[in-house]
Design a protein around this ligand. Structure first.
Ligand code: NAI
Length: 318
């Protein structure tokens, strides 16, 4: 019997690329018709592998899988897969860690510059008929300011390189990165997270969302930041307590936020943050480019095939 893979969901226009890889590898492919727990558990029961984009694959689904050997998350973050439940069942979980660092770093700098230089605001005002250069004068000078990274792995380092080109001094808090490794990239390591909050003129998040990092940016963290500080999040929405961010912004306790990710995507109702002029939001698009999407889909499918063939994924995360 041919091994089989269930793709739980997709955001891409079709599944031709996945089907091509799986046909070549002799793997039967099915796309789940819906993402509710009952359907995924039912259709996943007989699958040898799951390929997951944004569907939530929790313990309720994982416990019912009978043949599954690997769950591959098509992406870098894997917070939508319950790692503990998978490990209990002896199921490997893997991600695709290396396909969009450049895109995410470009997007991070893009939304940061748009916010700091007030580009979205000015563009809107000009198109409404207000040609008023004075509205641009509140933009901070970037050169010489401190750009703080919370988390400094693959994407953080790419962001650092770009930020330095704008004359920013880059500092990072990352308990798992050595000062030597960071200084090779021109980044000064900060040992104490509170010092990062106090020093950063701009704070950009590049750490994974886990139980211990959930809402790491809350009222307490925000209260330690400069009133002129801006926050950038292209990592995961759940890292920020959005109500606390909203309050800090309306009370002018920080100056602005540029975000690509929300705690609930797509949002169920219009978040209060959408009404603020000093907030820029994009719909979780940092990873996207024509090239990165093709690379991601191919690598994720090949990771499924590799694990079914050899028993171990190239990029396990559990
Ligand atoms: P990575 O694994 O290379 O780097 C993450 C860094 O965070 C590591 O250096 C790690 O030591 C550090 N870290 C872990 N816990 C920490 C903590 N408590 N405090 C400070 N640092 C901590 O991952 P990479 O490739 O840099 O990606 C980072 C995140 O970006 C991913 O977890 C993912 O959620 C997000 N992402 C978002 C995308 C988008 O389209 N918006 C696309 C791709 C990734």
């Amino acid at each position: 019997m041919k091994p089989s893979v269930l793709m739980t969901d997709t955001i891409f226009p079709d599944t031709s690329l996945e089907q091509e890889v799986f046909a070549e590898e002799g793997i039967e492919f099915t796309l789940s018709p819906s993402q509710d727990v009952k359907t995924l558990a039912e259709s996943g029961k007989s699958a040898d592998a799951l390929l997951v984009v944004y569907a939530s694959v929790g313990a309720d689904i994982i416990e019912q899988l009978e043949r599954c050997k690997v769950i591959v998350r098509a992406g870098i973050g894997y917070n939508n897969v319950d790692l503990e439940a998978a490990s209990r069942k002896g199921i490997r979980v893997a991600n695709v860690p290396d396909y969009c660092q450049g895109e995410v770093a470009d997007h991070t700098l893009g939304i940061f510059l748009a916010l700091a230089r007030r580009i979205c605001h000015l563009n809107r005002r000009v198109k409404e008929g207000n040609w008023n250069a004075n509205e641009g004068k509140s933009a901070p000078r970037l050169q010489g300011k401190t750009f703080g990274l919370l988390g400094c792995g693959a994407i953080g380092q790419e962001v650092a390189q770009r930020a330095m080109a704008f004359g920013l001094e880059v500092v990072a808090y990352d308990p798992y990165a050595s000062p030597e490794a960071l200084s090779q990239h021109g980044i000064r390591k900060i040992e104490d997270i509170d010092q990062l909050y106090r020093e950063a003129d701009f704070l950009s998040l590049h750490l994974p969302l886990t139980e211990s990092t959930k809402h790491i940016i809350d009222r307490t963290a925000l209260s330690k930041m400069k009133r002129s500080a801006m926050i950038i999040n292209t990592s995961r929405g759940g890292l920020i307590e959005e109500n606390d961010l909203y309050t800090a912004l309306v009370e002018n306790r920080i100056a602005g936020a540029a975000i690509d990710v929300l705690e609930t995507e797509p949002p169920q109702s219009t978040p209060a943050l959408f009404g603020l002029d000093n907030v820029i939001i994009t719909p979780h698009t940092a990873f996207l480019s024509q090239d990165s999407v093709a690379e991601l889909r191919k690598k994720a499918s090949l990771e499924v095939a590799r694990t079914l063939r050899l028993g171990t994924p190239a990029h396990p995360v559990n």
